[in-house]
Design a protein around this ligand. Structure first.
Ligand SMILES: Nc1ncnc2c1ncn2[C@@H]1O[C@H](COP(=O)(O)OP(=O)(O)OP(=O)(O)O)[C@@H](O)[C@H]1O
Ligand SMILES: [Mg+2]
Length: 266
């Protein structure tokens, strides 16, 4: 979805492969991604789901520019990705806050590092309000619940106005109720800013509740098994018959992907 205030960029992954040295014998290479191609529209929210170890985090790290592909190209808008950039935010399952800094300090840290705090000072306040943490400005990370800490991590990434937000199981450590509330918060941020989002999740309901398209990946080396276009109207009803039908369809596909991995191990 692209809003009037859209900040998002399109993403293009073109025949990307990624090999790693095998832990037992560095001479051997393990193929993690195999000529994977994917396009994401500006302002779109997509989910990546697939068996554990198939290469989802690897793909996000390549998009973040934290690692480079063995072959192929990754583009954000008309820019080839060659390294990290504040325009591509990354949020992990662990919020990774600096324990010695206040909540405000954590949100400001990236701005300080880039030497732009002075002109962005007012925005810090706005972002704390946006994620509902105004009252905790002077608190420290150990004062926060898991959900609140994850909201700080989101604010810290969003304050750079990223064109793309890469979310690697960001809600994975939260209890079921907090998780559902946070899903709504992420959707609200997505709708208000129009940031392109790529969400890795193991939670099929989360993928259906949140995303425009769901990319089902095969076991390693990851290829795309299927892309499901999710046209359910928003806000989505988690127990509607259409929601449950889509869930059944995805579970069937994942079961197939799991079987393929068992066969390739045999
Ligand atoms: N730096 C690395 N060196 C060697 N092998 C690696 C490295 N990073 C990832 N791998 C291997 O690449 C494969 C894919 O890992 P990745 O973390 O991308 O999987 P994933 O799909 O995110 O799994 P999960 O769902 O469990 O988080 C794994 O077999 C992993 O061991
Ligand atoms: Mg992972």
């Amino acid at each position: 979805m692209v809003t009037a205030s859209s900040e998002g960029s399109s993403i293009r992954v073109v025949e990307v492969s990624k090999d790693f040295p095998a832990p037992v014998d560095p001479e051997l290479r393990i193929s993690t991604l195999d000529q994977l191609s994917l396009e994401v529209a500006a302002g779109e929210l997509i989910s990546l789901v697939g068996p554990s170890g198939c290469g989802k985090s690897t793909l996000l790290r390549l998009l973040a520019g934290l690692d480079s592909a063995t072959a192929g190209e990754l583009w954000v808008g008309d820019e080839l990705i060659t390294g990290p950039s504040a325009e591509r935010g990354l949020v992990f399952q662990d919020p990774n806050l600096f324990p010695w800094l206040t909540i405000r300090g954590n949100i400001e840290a990236g701005l300080v590092a880039r030497g732009v705090l002075r002109e962005k000072k007012k925005e810090v306040q706005e972002f704390m309000k946006l994620v509902g943490l105004e009252a905790f400005e002077h608190a420290f990370p150990h004062h926060l619940s898991g959900g609140m800490a994850q909201r700080v991590a989101l604010a810290r990434a969003l304050i750079n106005h990223p064109k793309v937000l890469l979310l690697d199981e960001p809600l994975g450590a939260l209890d079921a109720f907090t998780r559902m509330r946070m899903q709504d918060e992420v959707l609200r941020l997505w709708e208000s800013r129009g940031t392109t989002m790529v969400l890795v999740t193991h939670d099929i309901d989360e993928a259906i509740y949140m995303s425009d398209r769901i990319v089902i990946m095969t076991a390693r080396p990851a290829r795309i098994e299927r892309i499901i276009v999710n046209e359910l109207p928003r806000p989505r009803q988690r127990s509607s018959p259409e929601f449950l039908r889509l869930r059944g369809q995805i579970l069937d596909l994942l079961h197939f992907a799991g079987q393929a991995s068992a066969e390739s191990l045999a």
